[in-house]
Design a protein around this ligand. Structure first.
Ligand code: HQG
Length: 181
């Protein structure tokens, strides 16, 4: 498949599996899953016909491994990034001692004052390394990276989750746990 088509299908899947499943008549089951058969039928009914082969290729090759099949290959979901209220059924997991969050420089003052909030997403997204955080931040302008003291957050009762594609998730990060890198 050519790279443009791959990106186009990824965006289409992100839109429907994270934000607007009902736009093509789908409903996400607990965990964010939809039946592959229903998804493919829906794409045909809504003018964006996808084949199972194309879907397999996008799941395998997406640059950030945004999508997964279940172990039977009959269900598919977005690994993270949802704005709709679904329970991803992730187990709390011990994170590395420090995680990172990249943002745009315009948000710094507000973050230092109020902490990190999930905004339109389901969780605050954190990265295990500074380079990834920088890239995420650059989507919002000149990137600024914060380090998060996860050990202290955990001892104060915060839970961390790791999505299937390695993104760390938490409900919020109050300002006292943040240091600008
Ligand atoms: C900022 C991409 C002001 C926050 C990436 C961020 C990631 C505040 C923005 C994933 C704030 C939300 C998520 C506060 C948070 N005041 N700004 N108190 N608290 N913010 O896109 O983390 O391509 O929803 O710093 O790789 O940038 O979608 O979150 O800048 O993993 O797969 O509010 O999206 O993955 O922006 O990115 P986003 P994000 P995908």
């Amino acid at each position: 498949m050519n790279p443009k088509r791959l990106v186009k299908i990824s965006k289409y899947l992100s839109y429907h599996l994270r934000h607007h499943p009902q736009a093509i008549g789908l409903e996400l089951a607990p965990g964010g899953w939809v039946s592959v058969e229903n998804l493919l039928n829906a794409t045909h009914q809504h003018n964006f016909p996808l084949s199972r082969q194309e879907l397999n290729e996008v799941v395998a090759k997406n640059d950030k491994q945004r999508f997964s099949f279940d172990e039977t290959g009959t269900l598919i979901r977005a690994n993270q990034g949802h704005s709709i209220n679904i329970d991803l059924q992730l187990e709390p997991t011990n994170p590395p001692e420090v995680l990172y969050h990249g943002t745009g420089h315009r948000a710094v003052a507000s973050i230092l004052q109020k902490g990190l909030h999930k905004m339109s997403r389901h969780h605050v997204h954190l990265s295990a390394d500074i380079e990834t955080a920088k890239k995420v931040g650059a989507r919002h302008g000149k990137p600024v990276v914060f380090a998060i003291n996860t050990t202290e957050m955990q001892s104060n009762g915060y839970s961390f989750y790791r999505s299937d594609n390695g993104v760390w998730l938490v409900d919020e990060v109050p300002p006292e746990y943040l240091t600008q890198v």
